[in-house]
Design a protein around this ligand. Structure first.
Ligand code: ZN
Length: 274
């Protein structure tokens, strides 16, 4: 299979309250890193960011998002960026989500005809909304009309030590879900088997790449405990990323919200904080 074209889009910028408490970790703002895969006239999105309506009026996202302070920049919606690149949004046949948090699933409503893939455990968790926190972070109207493709929970070995679920028919079989549970109950990375340049979009497995190497301060540890549904699992998932990069040295690992990983994003990735 020839390499896929894999483009970074920055689909929302937020200026979260309190981000300056962590000067070693963040650049003062957060991005929303969505990938656009182009394959034989068909487009696949990895994560969906926010919708046009939510980017016009971020207060639609409710109380949980208020502290994230998304900038009202509708031009960042994936559908607008896809049009600006010269595509027809109807070419988006598939959307693969790392998880269903409101800042990852909002854009689904702009692509009502796309097939949508997520780990089955995540869809079950979002539908159940078992805890108060899950009632706030999941916004059912974003995804209840989505055209779900039932994925199996069974994994196969993608590379030695890398267990993954192949998504049938997505970008010619080159896209996989890699369970990285913890941030949410079914949170998963999305692995793109792209010739010699595989990519792992690991969603919110970490917020800043320094989490992979730097010991957390107490306050940062408290922050992580507040954002992960299952902190112990999230810690294990984070550690597993190192095993993946050891097994596949060419692997490029990216996350959703770290501005430093957005090189080459369209439009300009690193808009300075206000
Ligand atoms: Zn997120």
């Amino acid at each position: 299979m020839p390499p896929l074209s894999c483009r970074s889009l920055n689909c929302a910028i937020g200026d979260p309250l309190g981000i300056r408490l962590f000067p070693r970790r963040f650049q003062g703002f957060m991005v929303t890193h969505v990938l656009l895969i182009e394959h034989e006239e068909r487009l696949t999105l990895i994560d969906a960011g926010l919708s046009v309506a939510e980017l016009e009026n971020p207060s639609l996202l409710g109380a949980f998002a208020r502290a994230l302070r998304f900038r009202p920049e509708p031009e960042r919606a994936a559908i607008h960026q896809i049009r600006a690149l010269g595509y027809d949004p109807a070419q988006v046949t598939d959307i693969v989500l790392t998880h269903l948090d409101l800042d990852h699933a909002g854009g689904l409503v702009d692509f009502p005809d796309a097939r949508v893939h997520v780990h089955p455990q995540e869809l079950a968790a979002a539908r159940a909304r078992r805890t108060f926190g899950e009632k706030l972070r999941y916004r059912p109207h974003q995804w209840e009309k989505a055209l779900w493709v039932e994925a199996t929970a069974e994994t196969t070995e993608l590379s030695p030590g890398v267990e993954a679920i192949q998504l049938e028919g997505v970008a010619d079989g080159g896209v996989y879900l890699v369970p990285l549970f913890g941030h949410t109950r079914g949170h998963s990375g999305v692995w793109i088997r792209n010739g010699d340049s595989p990519v792992l979009h690991c969603g919110d497995a970490y917020y800043d790449h320094s989490e992979r190497t730097l010991r957390p301060s107490l306050i940062f540890e408290l922050f992580k405990r507040s954002v992960h549904v299952e902190p112990r699992l999230a810690k294990e998932s984070l550690a597993r990323l190192d095993l993946y990069t050891a097994a596949v040295p060419a692997l490029r690992v990216i996350s959703t919200h770290d501005p430093s990983e957005l090189e080459g994003a369209y439009p300009t990735s690193s808009t300075p904080p206000r």
